[in-house]
Design a protein around this ligand. Structure first.
Ligand SMILES: [Zn+2]
Length: 321
């Protein structure tokens, strides 16, 4: 289900609720490029020594303002207390995040040295808001945790939503709104690479902010609109078919939730009035997207050189599967 490739550029993160990270046994490097003073106790009064910028340190206890840490010295290692503001970029920020891809973690915000890899399946907390395309995170490793930095982009400029209000699937009772379902209404062994929905008003909205890449009519899709979007470093296209009418033109900028048309049954709409909605990796300017493949499972399928993504996944995670 999850991509196994490493992201070369900013990974798309979906920022969730406030969380409480466990910092005990977290490996870290101090922020910045200056030595940090350590203290003999958690009161932070009597100086113990210094942590150097390239020392690999470990959190032993994370309570109060001065955290108990261990760090290397010329004779081995030392345990002392260090102000958590030298460890955390933002001492009051901790959000649970999910990521669209596995990505490289760096030791410091200069992003010069690799620290490891964080996987989409990990429980990850972001320890700072994204700034200059970077964010501090904590993630689990085999021996505890690591606090490091990733290149990240939020989806705030392209938060995804369903393209109709009060939507429901027009032919499948499944909670996946017909994605990947066998469609008995269609000839042959056909599995759906989009979702077929309808909503009470009939209004069809852009599912995310983007630019209209194509509009038109053909015999299978009827009146259709294609909108181009960015998700992190990827370009994707949302596709709206069988419209009774559309109200945008190629090149128009649209925002998430802006009405672009009205649902209908133009083209080959065997199940009656509905919106066929798909999310695809590449543009077919004549609108000739296929709605079905022979068989597949999971949240994406490649067919005839195009990748179709499960719209339910993209909308839920603001990321590609
Ligand atoms: Zn469909």
């Amino acid at each position: 289900m999850f991509a196994s490739t490493l992201s070369t550029f900013a990974v798309t993160v979906s920022v969730g609720d406030d969380g409480t990270a466990n910092f005990t046994n977290a490996k870290f490097y101090i922020l910045g490029s200056s030595n940090v003073t350590t203290y003999t106790s958690s009161s932070g009064t009597t100086v113990s020594g210094s942590i150097y910028p390239n020392d690999l340190c470990t959190v032993l206890s994370a309570t109060g303002t001065y955290w108990k840490v261990s760090y290397p010295t010329s004779n081995g290692s030392k345990t002392a207390y260090c102000n958590k503001s030298n460890i955390l970029n933002n001492t009051s920020y901790c959000k649970r995040i999910s990521m669209g891809e596995n990505t490289t973690v760096y030791t410091k915000s200069d992003m010069s040295t690799h620290f490891g890899t964080v996987y989409t399946t990990d429980t990850i907390y972001m320890l700072s808001p994204i700034s200059s395309g970077k964010a501090q995170i904590i993630y689990p490793t085999s021996g505890g945790y690591k606090i490091g930095w990733i290149y990240a982009a939020t989806t705030s400029s392209s938060t995804w939503r369903y393209p109709m209000d009060n939507y429901y699937c027009t032919w499948s009772s499944s909670t996946n709104l017909s994605w990947g379902n066998y469609n008995s209404n269609s000839s042959g062994r056909n599995y759906h690479v989009g979702i077929d929905i309808y909503g009470t008003s009939g209004k069809v909205y852009a599912a995310a902010t983007g630019t209209v890449a194509a509009v038109g009519f053909n015999s299978s899709n009827g009146n259709y609109v294609v909108v181009e979007h960015r998700i992190g470093s990827s370009t994707v296209y949302s596709f709206y078919a069988h419209l009774s009418s559309y109200s945008v033109s190629k090149g128009n900028s649209v925002s998430a939730g802006q009405q672009i048309g009205v649902a209908g049954k133009t083209g080959s709409a065997a199940t009656g009035v509905h919106l066929h909605f798909a999310i695809i990796d590449s543009l077919n300017s004549d609108g000739g997207y296929y709605g079905y493949v022979t068989s597949f499972s999971g949240n994406k399928v490649t067919y005839s050189g195009r990748t179709f993504y499960n719209p339910n996944y993209v909308i839920s995670y603001n990321a590609l599967p």
